[in-house]
Ligand binder design. Structure first.
Ligand SMILES: Nc1ncnc2c1ncn2[C@@H]1O[C@H](COP(=O)(O)OP(=O)(O)O)[C@@H](O)[C@H]1O
Ligand SMILES: [Mg+2]
Length: 242
C-alpha cells in the first residue's frame, strides 16, 4: 500500500504518520519506506532520528552537475547519491525529501527523482508518506497514486476545509476518489470537527496524549511510546490491509 497522510499544518500529520508506522511494524507489515515529504522535516524528529542529507540536497548537486563521474549516467549517479539520504532502521527506512525547489527548471531532475522513488518503492511492503499540506507532490514527485489517503483533522474549521480540498484535489488528479480514505480526528471527537464521515472508510478519534507532548519536547521516538498511551490504543483499530 501507498499510505499518504494529509491535512493542514499543525493538525498532527507527522504524529499520526509515526503512529501508523508503529502499527505497521507491530503487525509485521515490514519493510516500510517512510517518506518525509514535508519541507519542515519533522518525521525524523518524531522518530528520534537525527537529520541527515535530503533528496533536495542531492537534486541541487545533480542540477549543478558537480561530482558525477563521466562514466556514470545521471540516473545511476542519482540512485547512488540517494542511498546516502536513506536512513535504515529496524523494520523501516526513512527518506527525507527536504525543501521544495527554488528558481529554475527542475523538470528533468524531478523526473529522475520520481523514477527513482518508483523503483525504490518496489522493494518495500508499504510506503508511508508524511505529506506537506498540499497534495501536489503526490503527482509531481511520486507518480504512484495513494492507495490509502489518511486525512487528519482537528476541531479547527480550516483543518476540515483542508481535508475537503485534499479529497477534491485527489479526485481532479486521478479522475476519481481514492480507493480508501480514512479520517483521523486528532485531539477531538466526531461532533467537534465539522466534517461529515460519509466519504471515509474508517473514522478514528485520537485523544490528546500527554506522553506525545513529553516525547515531543525530549526528542524521543514515538515508536517507543509505552502503555497506557491513549493515542497508540486509538491507532490499534487502524486497518493495516488495503
Ligand atoms: N494526540 C496528540 N496528543 C498530544 N500532542 C499531540 C497530539 N497530536 C499532535 N500533537 C502535538 O501537536 C504538535 C503538532 O503535531 P504534528 O504532528 O507535528 O503536526 P503536523 O505534522 O500536521 O504539522 C506537535 O507538537 C505534536 O507533538
Ligand atoms: Mg509535520
Amino acid at each position: 500500500m501507498i499510505v499518504a497522510v494529509v491535512g493542514k499544518g499543525g493538525v498532527g500529520k507527522t504524529t499520526i504518520a509515526a503512529l501508523i508506522l508503529r502499527r505497521l511494524i507491530e503487525c509485521g507489515e515490514t519493510p516500510v519506506l517512510a517518506i518525509d515529504a514535508d519541507p519542515s522535516n519533522c518525521l525524523g524528529h518524531a522518530l528520534g532520528i537525527a537529520a541527515g542529507p535530503t533528496l533536495a540536497d542531492m537534486r541541487e548537486e545533480l542540477r549543478n552537475g558537480t561530482g558525477r563521474p563521466p562514466s556514470m549516467s545521471s540516473s545511476e549517479w542519482f540512485a547512488l547519491q540517494a542511498e546516502e539520504a536513506m536512513v535504515e532502521n529496524a523494520g523501516f527506512d526513512l527518506l527525507t525529501m527536504g525543501r521544495p525547489e527554488g528558481k529554475g527548471c527542475y523538470c528533468y531532475v524531478n523526473n529522475l527523482i520520481r523514477d527513482h522513488l518508483d523503483r525504490l518503492a518496489r522493494s518495500y511492503r508499504h510506503v508511508l508518506v508524511d505529506c506537506e499540506a498540499g497534495l501536489e507532490h503526490l503527482s509531481r514527485r511520486t507518480s504512484g497514486r495513494a492507495d490509502v489517503l489518511v486525512c487528519v483533522a482537528n476541531r479547527s474549521r480550516m483543518a476540515a476545509e483542508t481535508v475537503r480540498r485534499s479529497l477534491d484535489l485527489y479526485r481532479d488528479m486521478h479522475d476519481g476518489p481514492p480507493p480508501r480514505a480514512d479520517l483521523v480526528l486528532n485531539q477531538c471527537e466526531a461532533g467537534q470537527a465539522g466534517i461529515s464521515s460519509a466519504p471515509f472508510r474508517h473514522v478514528l478519534e485520537v485523544p490528546q496524549d500527554p506522553q506525545i507532548a513529553e516525547f515531543d519536547s525530549t526528542g524521543a521516538s514515538l515508536l517507543s511510546l509505552h502503555a497506557p498511551s491513549p493515542a497508540v490504543a486509538a491507532l490499534a483499530s487502524w486497518e493495516v490491509r488495503g
